[in-house]
Design a protein around this ligand. Sequence first.
Ligand SMILES: NC(=O)c1ccc[n+]([C@@H]2O[C@H](COP(=O)([O-])OP(=O)(O)OC[C@H]3O[C@@H](n4cnc5c(N)ncnc54)[C@H](O)[C@@H]3O)[C@@H](O)[C@H]2O)c1
Length: 340
Amino acid sequence: MKGAIVGFGFISGKGHLPAYQRREDVEIAAVADLCPARLEAARKALPRARLYSTYQELLEKEQLDFVDISTPPVHHAEIALAALAKGAHVLCEKPLTTTLAEARSLVDAARKVRRVVFPAHNYKHAPVVKFALETIASGRIGTVRAVTLNTFRTTHAKGVPEWRTDWRRDKKTSGGGIAMDHGSHSFYLTFAWLGTLPTQVTAKALTLDQQWDTEDNLNCVLTFPNGYAHAFLTWTAGVRKVIYSLQGTRGALVIDDDNWEITSDGQSEKGLIESDWMDASHTKWFNSLFDQFKTAIASGDFVNRELREAVACIQIIETAYRSNAEACRELPLPLDVTTL
Ligand SMILES: NC(=O)c1ccc[n+]([C@@H]2O[C@H](COP(=O)([O-])OP(=O)(O)OC[C@H]3O[C@@H](n4cnc5c(N)ncnc54)[C@H](O)[C@@H]3O)[C@@H](O)[C@H]2O)c1
């Protein structure tokens, strides 16, 4: 597959590209980035690729099977729509878009031009997260009714130093703070673990580091037809880690980074699955995600399940911000993404 990367920053340079370079079925033929220093980095990493300073020129001059969008979120929708219009499939970093209206426009465009739009929901590909799904399927913890997801970070993730490294804290570039940046990862995991989609959200956002116009802490509860989820995300923690818990009718699974503990009918068992949580590029998770993208392309699954889940994530994020603005009122999530 002939692909191009738009936005040659941290995630595409350190996460996606090393994974592409280990594959025989992908050639990255071109890169677009508005930052000259990042184009220089692309030239070193991909000496044969053609380089462009705008995505428009890249799309005009290249014939591509797919475009990998790895720019900050506010540009995702516009670049994805332009790539689809040129007949390319789209692999897009999270969050898919910064508004629900944009997310829906991508679904409509994917269907219309018969091209796949696929979000990089890579946490599903972490080995210990795959283990959680296997544990649920095995029945060991019974039916899952409540999950908690804690994501602790000591700071916001930084972009490459050559270009606005703190863009995540600037709302006009990021679309929001930690909810926008990291919320999707927690939310699509709740869909997988509870086996359905939420119907309501209540949220409290805080900005502890007040030099920025974006929140650095989010607490929210999602109500599902069969249970609930509590997600806590923070950029002001004293430690970097994830702690997840899945509470079922027969027991529980607790994940603390690579460590897991299952309690089943009162008996506990512990183990460890190396999942590379500390490598923020998550390059080891990428190939299994890319295989799914390829399968969606091969089967013509343009409006695929991952895309619907990405739309559901954006609906939650948008509604969570509204809930926070309305004194944490519980608000409905009226769009049923399975009908899209
Ligand atoms: N799935 C994950 O685990 C994960 C991890 C990190 C980042 N991300 C996502 O990847 C995206 C990029 O994040 P990052 O950390 O790599 O940021 P970054 O700042 O390191 O890279 C962004 C790059 O995009 C370029 N750019 C900015 N606007 C552009 C435009 N309009 N056209 C072309 N190039 C443009 C910048 O020059 C920079 O090189 C974000 O959506 C982020 O949420 C996902």
